[in-house]
Ligand binder design. Sequence first.
Ligand SMILES: Nc1ncnc2c1ncn2[C@@H]1O[C@H](COP(=O)(O)OP(=O)(O)OP(=O)(O)O)[C@@H](O)[C@H]1O
Ligand SMILES: [Mg+2]
Length: 159
Amino acid sequence: MDKKFKYSIEDPMFDQEHGVLKNKLGITDPEKLQLLETQHLLKAYERSAEKYSEKHRFTGQDVCILHKWFLGDIYTWAGTYRSVDLSSESIRYCHAKYIHNNMKSFGAMLFERTPFSPLLPKCEIVKLLAEIHGELIITHPFRDGNGRTTRLLCDLLLM
Ligand SMILES: Nc1ncnc2c1ncn2[C@@H]1O[C@H](COP(=O)(O)OP(=O)(O)OP(=O)(O)O)[C@@H](O)[C@H]1O
Ligand SMILES: [Mg+2]
């Protein structure tokens, strides 16, 4: 996805010159930053696979924790909801001012539906995951890393 379309040029966290989000390490090379993010995503997978038991009932707070484990060493805003509006070429994500409310409902839904019962047929699990994935992506609670955090959450729910 082209970041030029996603971040407003007025967003103080976006380094327009290099096309990257300003980060704790001062990295301006997009490829270097991408690689570092991937390494940290792997660590977040390992950490969360260890921490969460199969009986865990997930909440919106867990989504923030996962995002923080993933990007907390790289960005100051990791694990906190964005306060700026974002859009991609074809999607306008949730207005920043509605994120807290949306995530409250989303968290309540997660708490209600997790952990998935082992008795659920596969097609029901796929439907649930699609709803969870779609809702979190359209809310897009964080400045970046929403896709990877959502896939991490879905992988944990499956585990
Ligand atoms: N045009 C689109 N159609 C459908 N989904 C989209 C589109 N553009 C973005 N998305 C969703 O938004 C996610 C990207 O959001 P964001 O950049 O915050 O996450 P990311 O983890 O940095 O990116 P990625 O998922 O590419 O690794 C994608 O994974 C996808 O789920
Ligand atoms: Mg991204």
